[in-house]
Design a protein. Structure first.
Length: 209
């Protein structure tokens, strides 16, 4: 979302339920203390702020390709007084200027469907994660029809900004099915499993070998 108005509409939207669901699953699946984590496609950083509140000793690198999103994320992190624990950076995958195998968790929420080549996310997860690193990715599931996508938008976000509603619809249509993502992770050779969570999301999780 390079457009500032798009980014602001997204930041102002109510994704509290799915954002908290992401964090809750992460903490249940990884009861040991998470130390150094990276979030690919952090958006306005609401998810990572929730994680930082739950894990006082965590260090987070939050990455997004959109300068407008990074500005919103920076403001949110500053307002929450988490600058010491959350580093916000603009960057694209592949090609992040970060050391290989430097993180004990690779996180991403609602980025996968934005990528022209989804395999770059799985390759970057392997490149950045240490042996045993947790991979925790949540994304939308593509509905069976465009009409189903419209119905989801009107059910979930009936009162949101029109820009947000159109972006939500386009994201649903661009998303993958569970079967398609299972094929992706097989091709990437990653020991991950895919499950449906909630009414419109899938969770891809596991640990790097």
């Amino acid at each position: 979302m390079a457009d500032a108005e798009q980014s602001l509409a997204y930041a102002n939207a109510d994704f509290a339920s799915s954002n908290q669901l992401f964090v809750d699953h992460l903490l249940v699946d990884n009861p040991q203390a998470l130390k150094d984590v990276i979030d690919l496609g952090c958006g306005p950083c609401d998810v990572m702020l929730r994680l930082a509140e739950a894990c006082p000793d965590i260090r987070i690198t939050a990455v997004d390709g959109s300068a407008a999103m990074i500005e919103l994320a920076t403001q949110a992190v500053r307002a929450a007084n988490h600058e010491a624990r959350i580093v916000v950076m603009q960057g694209y995958i592949p090609g992040l200027a970060l050391r290989e195998h430097d993180f004990d968790a690779i996180l991403s929420k609602d980025l996968l469907h934005h990528l022209p080549d989804p395999m770059v996310l799985w390759r970057e997860a392997r490149r950045l994660g240490r042996q045993g690193a947790a991979v925790h990715v949540m994304d939308l599931i593509r509905p069976a029809t465009q009409e189903d996508a419209r119905n989801i938008v009107e059910t979930v976000a009936p009162d949101e900004h029109p820009i947000l509603k159109e972006d939500f619809y386009n994201s649903l249509c661009a998303a993958f099915t569970i079967e398609e993502v299972e094929t992706q992770i097989r091709q990437a050779g990653l020991p991950l499993r895919v499950t449906r969570v909630g009414d419109r999301h899938m969770l891809i999780k596991g640990a790097l070998r």
